[in-house]
Each structure stands twice: as C-alpha cells, then as structure tokens.
Design a protein around this ligand. Structure first.
Ligand SMILES: [Zn+2]
Length: 465
C-alpha cells in the first residue's frame, strides 16, 4: 500500500515529493495548498455578475421542473418516462416503439427556446469566471482539461467502432429489418437476453453483497452504511447524509442481474464515502464526479467477473459465455451513446445558435449508425440543465475502473474477487483520502501509471495487456 507523501499543489506549482510520511509542517502546507484550490473556485464564482447568476439559476430551475412534470403521450394517453423506456425495451410492435421514442419531441419543442438561452447565459457566466467557455470551465472545476477528455472520447469511439458495426448488423439481421432505427436497439438487446434472472434473486442480493465484501477483507456490518428499501422509480440511490459517519442506500429490489449491478455500484459509492478519513471538512467528499463514479464502477464490476459469477451466482461456463457476449454489446452501445451525448453537449455550449437539430441528427448517423429523430429531441435533456457538465464522467469512470481492475488482477492473483487484501488496498489507496489528494495521483500510485484509455480499449477490443 502506498505511503502518504507530501504532494505539490497543482495550481501553485510543484515543490518536489519528499519520501516517507509527511511531518506536521508538510501536512499543513499540503492541506493549505489543496484548500486554496477549492477557495480559488469559489472566488471565480464571486467575479460573476449577479444578474447573470440569477438568470442562470432561474432557467435551470424552470427547465428542470418542466422536464420532471412532462408526461409523454403514447397511444392517445399520457404516461410516464419510465413506462416509455419499458415500451422501448419490450414492445414488439415497431410502430408503437417509434411513437414511444418520439414522444419526447413534444417536451423538446416546448423547451428549446429556454434551453438555448440557458446555453448562452451559461457561456456568459463562465466567461465572467475567466474561462474560455462553459465546457472548459466546468471541466476545470472537476480537475479535467478539455483536450484530454476529447482524446479519451476519441479512443473510446475508435475502440467501439468495429464491435458496434457488428452489433448493428446482428440487430438488423435478427430483427429482419432493412435499416435499424433508434427505437429498435433497446428492444433487440432485451430479446438477446442476459443472465437468467433466477440466478440473481432479489431476496439474496444484500446477503451476497455482504459476503463478497467480507471476502474482500472488510466487515460490512461494522460500516456506517444502512440499506433501506423504498418504492422508487429507479432501482437504487446512494445518499451520503454525513461523510463518513452516515451513508445510506435506498433500494427498490428486483430479480435479475441489473439490480445486482446497481446494488454493487451504489455500495461502491458507500464504501468510498464511509472510508473517507479526513479531519478537514472540505476534504470529506468523494468528488470530483469522475473519481466518485470510478470508485463505484470498480465495485460494480465485481458482478461482471467470471470468478464471482461462478462462485456467488452459481452460473455455468456456457451461460456466462452467452450472457457476457450480450453484456458486451450493451456496454459498447452505452459507451457510444455517451460519446455522442458528450459531443453534442460540448458543441451545443460552443455555439448555442447553431442548428442543434441538425447536429443531433448528424451525431446519431455518425456515432450510433441510425437516422436522427424526425422531430428534434435534444432540448429534453436533464444533463444540459445541470450545474455541472457530467456525461463524460461515466466514460472516465469506465476508464478508471478498467485500469484499477488491471492493477487488482496483477496484485491479487489468482482471484481478486475473493482476496481479503483488496478491501484494505482500495481503502488505503483511494477511499481514505477524500479530496485531500489529487485523484490523478491516487490512480497513478495505485495502478503504476497515470490514467489512460488503454485498459478499457484492451477490454473492448479483446486484446491482451
Ligand atoms: Zn454512481
């Protein structure tokens, strides 16, 4: 496990790393440096004009409220967004799926004008803060630079291109259609199947999770993490009430693999948050977003590991092989959709006055291989109205988790899904630091190199390290 060394502050320039544990003076300097980093962001916001800030917040609230209130119309009656996504996965009638897919166009049309204004106001706000634009400003607040994020997105796009083309061809052949449309893919993937739900009973999910965590050398019953059940519209949330002392998961259990993935993901957030050991309140946080998500996906990935699936879910090799193939399609599709969404967001902020409906269509053709929507959908997008720019975090989280798992496989052979060294390692290498250390340095120290896309690309293309 890595020694905690004094770290040069990012913005104040490096002072060279000193060996061994830092003395009190070093620690004060280290903390002060990091603390100033956070204050710096606060000062930037103070430079903005009150009028711009007020308009920005008002627009965000309005758009958010309108999106939450929207009830899409399908088959002549109003329904929920959750019901639309169920229809897209399960409705055999293609015309009805098309109608479900386009039901968001009504919301988009009603939001488009205010959304454009939000993009403009956001740009003004970020320029007042001294950034080139919204994308640069919001990424900088998460310790990211636009060039590196775009380079990662390009690598993921490249690595998924071939498998995605295969996926489209398979879907086309199996659905017996001339051209795959946007409303066909969820349905085809659902038909292609996954792990048998019977191997993932909801009643055993929490007990299996806890047994797995015990196998990683941690005692889940000693952690300040409580698990409650509630009737939610999704399958679960992580709520850090107080870090590290009171972390809660609220779950809506269902039988099947997807719920197990969600449970392990949310529990990954909980392990991270409850593992933060920092005296300074500012550092008791699991941010930045890409790092918090990376820690969650690292734990979520347990459910996708063959050793775990054999041992805990009792699956045989043939079932694992077949389902893993479908899960890989899902991942390829998800990553390409995320890349498309990021590209759209960045371009929309770069030029809010551009023809964004045409951009939506072009990205759909280029990245997803399906015709763009007949009516624009782009303005109906919760992510655009958020105070952060967030979608790249899901891609970066996959980069982080892939690289961390490569390191775990090296360090905890032969089976990192059941090695009691893994939990303490993750706690020391990542969780305990909170924001007192730069997330990049933690990854470089724990995995032996700075974060890059190589591990994920190897996974996606099936090449050996
Ligand atoms: Zn998450």
């Amino acid at each position: 496990m890595p020694a905690v060394a004094a770290v040069p502050c990012r913005r104040r320039g490096g002072r060279g790393r000193r060996p061994g544990r830092p003395g009190r003076g070093d620690r004060v300097e280290l903390y002060l440096g990091r603390y100033l980093d956070f204050l710096y962001d606060t000062f930037r916001l103070a430079r903005t004009e009150l009028e711009t800030r007020t308009r920005f917040t008002a627009l965000q609230d309005e758009l958010d409220a309108a999106m939450v209130a929207f009830r899409p119309e399908v088959g002549g009656s109003r329904t929920t967004r959750a019901q639309v996504s169920i229809l897209l996965r399960t409705e055999p009638d293609r015309t009805r799926r098309r109608e479900a897919y386009l039901s968001r166009a009504e919301a988009s049309a009603s939001l488009v004008q205010r959304m454009r204004e939000l993009l403009e106001v956001s740009n003004a706000l970020h320029r007042q803060m001294g950034f080139a634009g919204t994308v640069e400003g919001r990424l900088a607040q998460s310790g990211l630079e636009r060039d590196e994020v775009e380079a990662w997105l390009a690598e993921v796009e490249q690595a998924t291109r071939e498998p995605y083309a295969e996926l489209l061809e398979r879907a086309r052949a199996e659905l017996g259609v001339e051209r795959v449309e946007a409303w066909d893919l969820d349905y085809w993937l659902e038909q292609a199947g996954s792990y048998p739900a019977s191997a993932f009973p909801k009643a055993e999910a929490v007990a299996r999770l806890k047994a797995t965590i015990r196998g990683w050398g941690l005692d889940p019953d000693a952690l300040p993490v409580t698990i409650e059940e509630a009737n939610l519209s999704n399958s679960g949330w992580n709520i850090p009430v107080r870090i590290p002392g009171d972390v809660r998961l609220v779950l809506n259990p269902t039988d099947g693999f997807p719920f197990y993935s969600t449970l392990f993901h949310e529990y990954g957030h909980a392990l991270h948050e409850s593992g933060i050991a920092q005296d300074v309140g500012t550092f008791r946080s699991d941010r930045p977003g890409q790092f918090g998500e990376g820690m969650a996906v690292t734990v979520e990935r347990l459910t996708g590991m063959r050793e775990w699936q054999r041992r805990v879910a009792g699956l045989d090799e043939a079932t694992i092989e077949r389902a893993a193939g479908v899960e890989r399609w899902r991942k390829v599709r998800r990553l390409r959709s995320l890349v498309a969404k990021c590209r759209f967001h960045y371009a929309a902020f770069d030029d809010p006055s551009a023809d964004l409906a045409a951009l939506e269509s072009r990205l759909s053709e280029e990245l997803l291989g399906v015709p763009g929507p007949e009516r624009p959908l782009w303005a109906d997008d919760m992510f655009l109205a958020q105070p952060q720019i967030y979608v790249q975090n899901y891609v970066i989280a996959e980069l982080i988790a892939a690289q961390v798992w490569e390191a775990l496989r090296r360090r905890f052979a032969p089976d990192p899904t059941a090695d009691p060294g893994v939990g303490p390692f993750l706690r020391e290498a990542f969780w305990r630091h909170g924001q007192a250390r730069d997330w990049r340095e933690l990854i470089a120290e724990a995995t032996g190199r700075p974060l890059d896309a190589r591990a994920l690309v190897r996974e996606l293309t099936g090449t050996e390290p």
